[in-house]
Design a protein around this ligand. Sequence first.
Ligand code: RIB
Ligand code: NA
Length: 311
Amino acid sequence: KVFDVVVVGSCMTDLVSQAPRLPKAGETIHGHKFFIGFGGKGANQCIQAARLGVKTAMVCKVGKDFFGDNYIQNFKDNGVHTEFVKQSSDAATGAASITVDDAGENAIVIVAGANMLLGAEELQEALPAISHTKVLVCQLEISPQTSLQAMCMARDNKVKTIFNPAPAIPDLDPDFYRVSDVFCCNESEAELLTGTSVASVEEAHRAGQELLKRGCGSVIVTLGPQGCVVLKGGESTLKHVPAPVVTAVDTTGAGDSFIGALAFYMANHPHMPLEEMARRANLVAGVSVQDIGTQTSFPYRRDLPNEYFQE
Ligand code: RIB
Ligand code: NA
């Protein structure tokens, strides 16, 4: 295989304000810090996988603007292959307006911009990468049809797929389930997709069973500080993987750190049990929540204990 992990997905410039709490509708509040960072769920996941030491490529679209130019440099700085990172003058680079409160919780508005212009033509160009990778990862910050097509292309070439239905949409095309080897969502996405409450490990397990029935190979429902539940097709035992106890300062992108790490393990340790991959991905994501920012807080292989990388 030419690549270990290929991500077909989004790039966003994160405009982050830290404030004591999230503002209410119509309200203005004082924040204490503002910064700009590299974000977008697809790019975040790709960069986390790259930092753990696998060969990655990103398939995405940014604007022909300052933010787009900067983003391409960011991929290069992180060792991500950029041949399939396209620039368009028809839309601006995607942007995310993020507020982070003192508890490390966030609220995000994204304007996808150029991300929505990634389509069939770009996927065709990237087919050599999509068909020659160990793992393909997709999310929902680009056109859902583009994500689905990429997943189908991977499947046709026996490439393992991870699908992260984020941000979740209520009318998700049912084919997404059938083309997902691992379907990985958080509690609020699981709620939206199943129409049931997902606040506890038991509820997550029940929602996971429902998602599994829709045709995915395996399901992971992440639960923030409660870790995650892992369900495999054909097995009915509850597998709860607890998360390390940490003090969160900024949880933005923690789910992306988890998925990037999961993709890393699926590519590099394909025979490891999925719950062990999830346990280690929790540890990686646990590091990311202890620092501010999204990619700025994602650990490199050299920052992590050696045992995270042993069989
Ligand atoms: O998952 C976190 C990401 O969501 C942020 O980086 C922001 O860009 C939004 O896409
Ligand atoms: Na963080």
